[in-house]
Ligand binder design. Structure first.
Ligand SMILES: Cc1cc2nc3c(=O)[nH]c(=O)nc-3n(C[C@H](O)[C@H](O)[C@H](O)COP(=O)(O)O)c2cc1C
Length: 353
């Protein structure tokens, strides 16, 4: 039987997990020695094909619970309900007491998305690369690492061209402005979504961005080329990295995406432990998935662009032609402390008991 105080401690760890656009689409219910994990559809992103990013986020929260529980003398067995539906119970965690510890637990409160440029002179040592590869070895995911500058350049260009679609194409644009938080009062009201301070953009850009919400202004700015400039400058940071890592899955189902999220968190916490910074880049895997599953979502203009991106992406990340890309990460070292997204849903609100 899991005590209430133990459960709250695990919920605290779950709430610190990374999530796409900080949507925190998770909730938990305790029953004796089991925890039911729910995917909360209201906090998913409307354009998230197959709920890929939502489920990856839930997987990361699950991994934080498992690591914390292991560090406090429990072992966990995870099962996935047959035909898990995307908006309901997605996993069951069953705990038993055992002699165990897990030192990654100390990294949970200090892990963050670091959006600063990383030091390009820092190369990862063979030991670091080995530890990164080892961290995901027990998960059914594939992680392909690239280390060469020309490959970074190629991916940065593709990312910029895809990110630009997010600003320009109405369904993505509207979704983005739904989850951006511009003020402290908005942060407090929602407690999920992306705060401007965590995106590390200058104050004038925050002021300016508020107006991009309005379609006419956004169209004008797009025509002047400002959107392209922003997309290119954010994507350039992909070249300021020690390595890029593509996490892929072999099946496009609920279980595989949750396992990818668990692997992601294990890898991220391992990086944190080694003093390495991480920033996910979701746009390319998200659009390439969408292109396969619901191509009609895109207009002909975007579809043609994205087919070309897919070819070039597969030429760099060769594994993605046989597997399904889930998330791209840049990894490296920086002295700049990241401004962690401070808004989190309270543990009471993710507790379904
Ligand atoms: C599936 C997934 C996709 C993400 N995509 C991006 C991204 O494209 N760009 C980015 O800067 N951060 C991305 N993030 C990081 C989240 O924005 C971040 O985890 C969230 O805002 C919480 O902040 P924290 O990681 O500092 O705790 C992603 C995270 C996840 C789990």
């Amino acid at each position: 039987m899991i005590s209430d105080s133990e459960f709250y401690c695990w919920l605290e760890a779950a709430s610190l997990a990374p999530s796409a656009d900080n949507m925190q689409p998770w909730a938990f219910k305790k029953r004796d020695d089991e925890i039911e994990v729910y995917y909360i559809k209201e906090r998913s992103l409307p354009t998230d094909t197959l709920d890929m990013f939502g489920l990856i986020s839930v997987g990361a929260a699950i991994q934080n619970i498992i690591i914390t529980a292991e560090n406090r003398g429990f072992s966990c067995k995870i099962t996935y309900p047959n035909h898990a539906t995307f908006d309901k119970l997605v996993a069951l965690l069953c705990f038993s007491s055992c002699e165990s510890n897990n030192e990654l637990a100390d990294c949970i409160p200090i892990r963050s998305t670091n959006r600063a440029p990383y030091d390009i002179r820092t190369k990862l040592s063979n030991t670091q690369i080995f530890l990164l590869q080892k961290s995901t070895a027990s998960f059914p995911v594939s992680c392909q690492y690239i280390f060469d500058k020309p490959q970074f350049e190629e991916i940065a260009l593709l990312d910029a061209q895809s990110s630009y679609i997010r600003l320009e194409y109405q369904p993505f644009h509207d979704e983005l402005f739904d989850i951006l938080r511009f003020s402290r009062s908005e942060n407090e009201k929602y407690r999920y979504g992306l705060t401007f301070e965590s995106l590390e953009v200058p104050d004038f850009a925050v002021f300016f961005a508020k107006f991009l919400k309005f379609r006419l202004f956004n169209d004008l700015v797009s025509k002047l080329g400002f959107g392209k400039l922003v997309a290119y400058s954010l994507s350039r940071k992909l070249t300021k990295s020690s390595c890029l890592c593509l996490i892929s899955v072999t099946e496009r189902d609920c279980k595989s995406y949750i396992e990818a999220g668990r692997g992601l968190e294990q890898l991220w916490l391992t990086c944190t432990k080694m003093g390495l910074s991480v920033q996910p880049y979701g746009v390319l895997p998200q659009y390439l998935t969408k292109l396969d599953i619901e191509p009609r979502f895109f207009t002909e203009k975007y579809k043609n662009k994205l087919f070309k991106h897919k070819e070039k992406f597969n030429a760099v990340f060769t594994e993605s032609s046989t597997k399904f890309p889930a998330l791209l990460l840049r990894i490296g070292q920086t002295d700049q402390i990241s401004k962690r997204s401070s808004i989190r849903i309270t543990t009471n609100n993710i507790n379904l008991n």
